[in-house]
Design a protein around this ligand. Sequence first.
Ligand code: NAD
Length: 264
Amino acid sequence: MDRTLEGRTALITGSTSGIGLAIAHAMAEAGAKVMLNGFGRPAEIAAARAKVGAAMGGGDAPYSAADMAKPAEIRAMVAECEATLGACDILVDNAGIQHVSPVEEFPEEKWDAILAINLSSNFHAIRAALPGMRKRNWGRIINIASAHGLVASPYKAAYVAAKHGVVGLTKVVALEVARTPITCNAICPGFVRTPLAEAQVGPLAAKHGVSEEAALTDYLLEKQPSKRWIEVEEVAAMALWLCGPGSGGVNGAALSVDGGWVAA
Ligand code: NAD
């Protein structure tokens, strides 16, 4: 098994489910000590901690319940990671939420929440984790953006604005660390198979009176030329590569894992 992250520590926000959990699991399997974060039902969180803990060699993975909408909790989470694991070598800013609505009806509180959780939390976590990375002279910052960090779709004003902001923040941080062995990159996934995303297929099929297969390819994956889901493991593989040997020259990039979406 690939143990390229032996001796490294990683903090992954929003890692109780979906993409974040897959990244946490992949990094633990590669030898990293990982701290989890995110919301969910207690059983769900316990299962995530056990799964990642098993990949780390047994026991539950350390976990922070910090709310990514709250800067003080984000700072405390980074400090807790450094105290518990000894360092925060790898920071994956992954926590995110979505709301879909025409801009003139977009609820103000949803705008504020999406900007806070999907964009500002990245700033607060990077700001807190970077001094330790500089001190240890190595670090990897990975921001999980989206194809919507590069192109827009209607009805997603806050999400698209936040994800474009994440790509911009990634570039700024990359320039500031460019002469050090630290890198900062964004991953821009297309539609990824997660329970929440898959749950949209049935209702779409009913709404348009088509089969679930047609609802998937013609409506949900309308913009994804591959016409198949991106798997969480494919996003995790990119994150893992960004932490492994040979990745040091990649800095400030927005790396698409989107089945060709932004090429169209
Ligand atoms: P998910 O809902 O499965 O996971 C989101 C995670 O964020 C969960 O662990 C959740 O508990 C956590 N979270 C939400 N609000 C939080 C808060 N205030 N504080 C702490 N944790 C919080 O979703 P996912 O699809 O795995 O998405 C992960 C990231 O990938 C998001 O940033 C999302 O925008 C991005 N993304 C997803 C897709 C996709 O198709 N699923 C595509 C592109 C980008």
